[in-house]
Write a protein that binds this ligand. Structure first.
Ligand code: TTP
Ligand code: MG
Length: 368
């Protein structure tokens, strides 16, 4: 890692839940869980929970019913992506006002390359935290470090409302004691395989011979792991990254093979995706569906239109065409609609004189 680089990573605290508290201040300090339709007796998963609910073991990705068992006293709220997207734009506007390279990492996090700015990392970070709080009344956690990887790890070390500065000299004391799964890019599988090799901490990983890691993980991933553990990571910020796709999906309350119900749901999802696209100023050319049967077998189908669209009716029509290519008659558990090959909607103007729905071809995707 080069000593001159200073990368700042910002991650909003309990983001969806904190946004909900802005309009429900009466819930401050209480366990609040956001997910699905906000009804824990119905199907759906937890998107996030306040720190008070996390104390009961509630975690992102867990079924709402499990959350309700762990924390029956929590308040359950439905997910409202459009609202979170609005607040996301506000905290990012603060970050973008800093004269530094900006990398968008999704709804609640982003990087800034503050290497060229005057002032120390701590005052820059404090200033951003203060302005985010002024503009949104939301808290965030910031990490500043010589590279993106360490900055991201650092932003998680002191959550919520945290500020962590990691210098090159801090690796041994601050990073090496952490569990290896704290390295972004180490998922549950790699974590398990490392544990089987007796490697639990980042420090143990840092001192493992590269050849031993390569024998287990292959050269490329072994090099990533070993470099990461030693604080080496040279990736530049990716600026101007455009989102690739938008999708919405829903789990039926009861598995269903009712064609009308499935079509109605498809229409609703198409409307929601279109709304989100318009809200963000994007249009897309590839319309896809995802269908999960009751036995969890999952299929996707998509169609590519000749021009990008953000029109709910065009999206629905293409989704219905995709649906015609899968076997119904079996109970369906989950349905999703996705719009991909996105471009800024401004680019759409050029193609507005083209007819609405033209199918350029279709492509069959394997389920993930
Ligand atoms: P995170 O930053 O992972 O979580 P968080 O902001 O809720 O909490 P933390 O204070 O630990 O940062 O994710 C940001 C948002 O993304 C989160 O508020 C909800 C959403 N999300 C999901 O919808 N599903 C998921 O599995 C996760 C992890 C997040
Ligand atoms: Mg967050």
């Amino acid at each position: 890692m080069s000593p001159e680089r200073r990368i700042l990573h910002l991650d909003m605290d309990a983001f969806f839940a904190s946004v909900e508290l802005l309009r429900r201040p009466d819930l401050k300090g209480k366990p609040v869980v956001v997910g699905g339709r906000g009804d824990p007796t119905r199907r759906g998963v937890v998107t996030t929970a306040t720190y008070e609910a996390r104390a009961f073991g509630v975690r992102s990705g867990m079924p709402l019913r499990t959350a309700a068992r762990l924390c029956p006293g929590a308040v359950y709220l439905p997910t409202d992506f459009a609202e979170y997207a609005r607040w996301s734009r506000r905290f990012k506007a603060v970050m973008k006002s800093v004269p530094a390279l900006f990398e968008d990492r999704g709804i609640d996090e982003a990087f800034l390359d503050i290497s060229e700015l005057h002032g120390d990392g701590e005052s820059i970070a404090r200033d951003i935290k203060r302005r985010v709080l002024e503009e949104t009344a939301l808290t965030c956690s910031i990490g500043v470090a010589p590279n993106k990887l360490l900055a991201k790890i650092a932003s998680e070390l002191d959550k919520p409302d945290g500020l962590t500065i990691i210098g090159e000299g801090d690796l041994e004391a601050r990073i090496w004691p952490l569990e290896v799964r704290r390295i972004p890019g180490v998922g549950p599988k790699a974590n398990e395989r490392l544990a089987a090799m007796g490697i639990r901490t980042v420090g143990e990983l840092a001192s493992s011979p590269r050849a031993r890691l390569a024998a287990r993980f292959g050269r490329a991933y072994a090099a990533f792991l070993h470099d990461a553990a030693n604080g080496r990571h040279d990736r530049p910020l990716v600026t101007g990254r455009e989102p690739k796709s938008r999708s919405r999906e829903t789990t039926f309350q009861e598995d269903t093979d009712d064609r009308q119900a499935i079509l109605r749901t498809l229409g609703r999802l198409a409307r929601q995706v279109a709304e989100e696209l318009r809200d963000r100023g994007y249009a897309g050319r590839t319309i896809g569906i995802k269908l999960r049967y009751a036995d969890f077998e999952t299929l996707t189908r998509d169609r590519t239109l000749l021009e990008a669209t953000d029109d709910p009716l065009v999206i629905r029509a293409a989704a219905v065409e995709c649906l015609a290519r899968v076997a119904l008659g079996r109970k369906v558990r989950l349905l999703g609609v996705r719009v991909g090959s996105l471009m800024p909607a401004g680019a759409l103007q050029a193609s507005l004189d083209l007819p609405g729905l033209r199918i350029a071809g279709d492509e069959l995707q394997e389920p993930p």
